[in-house]
Design a protein around this ligand. Structure first.
Ligand code: ZN
Length: 464
């Protein structure tokens, strides 16, 4: 039925009217018609209110959502394109209803820590992106002088690590480095994103697991080696510096619910602090992870079921602002599944394209409403990346990035559903509810019921 109603050819020079009984706007889920002219949404009007002359896209009861924004993705190109790449990552994004990606400044070579590296990334992306994208710059030890030029060159903000990142070319920073960086960034208005774990508690815990005291095939050993305190100590330090420098600070991939009281207090004091958690922390729980299943390895680690439910509570309460994927793949052999050792396997969960059905399934099971999705996966990450009002929202003036979503489809994740480069993911076998039917980028259909249409139309969104 959908293919019949949508069979009209795409013609962006004409008005298009996307009509559904369930349209997710900032006001919630309601029947509406989204009017699109060219690349933009010009109006959201009543369901029955379709002007004559517009191409009617009647979506029936499928949900119409804003194109999703994922601000935490490791595309790894240039330099590690054998891990992932612009073509594969952005195709996976389009298939999952994600129309904007913001690329992390590491695992690519060179790391995006100066303007030369940013230009190399732009050259690598040219003509390959199926969705729009932007770049985070990196704050590393010793690159303070590169920060302002990177800001002027259009990065969306900056990312740093408070612990070894796993990549020697992306050096972690201590309090002194952070102070220097925040001084330089103070006038830019750009956010500083931080991997919030410090080394002290991790080193101490790992030392306690030395020799035959830790069986590194067991998930519980990995979990014990990355204690909550590594996160809470890092977040306490970051909040202190946020208070001092008033630089917008963003905690990436919050895993430990024990940090929530610190975050609540900082919010009460009006600090410019935002927080994300990731799909895998909201979906999986430590109790369910098999020993040796290193496709689940990530840092901070996936913690217990009670912790997961506390993260859901914080998301509902607005203490956690957004949900990202932290899609961070590697060649399957680097996961060393044959050994199944958590200390030697490469870390990172691959999931790009699955977040919407994963979150919707989790929401449905908890009896929650769909309304939060638009903010968690659209408007809030768009604000972080300086794209407020332009991306991640169905409202007049925004780019016509749209997702047509069948909320009732049920399916089991198989390798054929993974569109990123390597078909290894901790979500294989997951039973999900909801499926992306179509994805539209700036008024053009780029994904249609399992097929990508046309050619890569994605652009870089350099921050003004
Ligand atoms: Zn990451």
């Amino acid at each position: 039925m959908l293919s019949a109603s949508l069979s009209g050819e795409s013609n962006v020079s004409m008005s298009q009217a996307f009509r559904s009984t369930r349209v997710l706007t900032p006001q919630g889920l309601a029947p509406a018609t989204v009017m699109v002219e060219g690349e933009r949404i010009v109006e959201v009007r009543g369901w029955a209110d379709v002007p004559s002359g517009a191409i009617l896209r009647d979506l029936g009861d499928f949900v119409l959502l804003p194109g999703l924004v994922d601000t935490h993705v490791h595309i790894n190109e240039p330099g590690r394109t054998e891990w992932e790449g612009f073509a594969t990552a952005t195709r996976a994004a389009a298939a999952g209803g994600v129309t904007t990606l913001v690329d992390m400044p590491l695992n690519c070579v060179p790391e995006t820590i100066d303007v030369t590296a940013l230009e190399a990334k732009r050259a690598a992306a040219d003509g390959k992106a199926w969705v729009d994208w932007a770049a985070w710059g990196g704050v590393v030890r010793g690159n303070a002088d590169a920060l302002q030029p990177l800001a002027k060159a259009g990065v969306a903000g900056f990312k740093c690590f408070l612990i070894h990142s796993g990549i020697d070319g992306f050096a972690w920073v201590d309090e002194r480095d952070l102070c220097l960086a925040m001084e330089r960034l103070r006038d830019s208005g750009l956010p500083l994103l931080a991997h919030a774990e410090v080394a002290g508690p991790v080193d101490a815990a790992t030392a306690r697991l030395k020799g035959d005291r830790g069986d590194w095939r067991r998930y519980s050993t990995w979990l014990a080696s990355r204690p909550d305190e590594a996160e809470t100590e890092a977040i306490a330090l970051l909040i202190r510096l946020c208070e001092k420098f008033k630089v917008p600070l963003h905690i990436v991939h919050l895993s430990s619910a024990k940090a929530l009281p610190l975050i609540a207090r900082a919010r009460d004091h009006g600090l410019p602090l935002t927080v994300e958690t990731c799909t895998h922390y909201l979906w999986f729980a430590a109790e369910e992870i098999a020993d040796g299943a290193t496709e689940f390895k990530c840092a901070p680690p996936i913690r217990g079921a009670a912790n997961r439910e506390a993260l859901w509570g914080a998301l509902g309460a607005g203490l956690i602002d957004m949900v990202t994927t932290d899609h961070s793949p590697c060649p399957p052999e680097m996961k060393r599944r044959d050994e199944g050792r958590w200390d030697t396997a490469w870390g990172g969960v691959a999931s790009l394209g699955l977040a919407l059905p994963v979150l919707w399934t989790a929401i449905s099971r908890r009896g929650l409403r769909m309304d939060g999705l638009g903010d968690w996966m659209g408007a809030a990450p768009a604000r972080l990346a300086g794209l407020a009002g332009r991306k991640g929202v169905l409202a007049a003036g925004a780019d016509a990035d749209l997702v047509v979503f069948d909320p009732d489809a049920t399916w089991t994740v198989a390798t054929g559903d993974l569109h990123f480069r390597h078909k290894l993911s901790s979500y294989l076998g997951a039973e999900l509810r909801g499926r992306v039917v179509e994805t539209w980028l700036r008024g053009e259909r780029v994904f249609d019921q399992g097929e990508w249409s046309g050619q890569p139309l994605g652009r870089e969104l350099a921050r003004a």
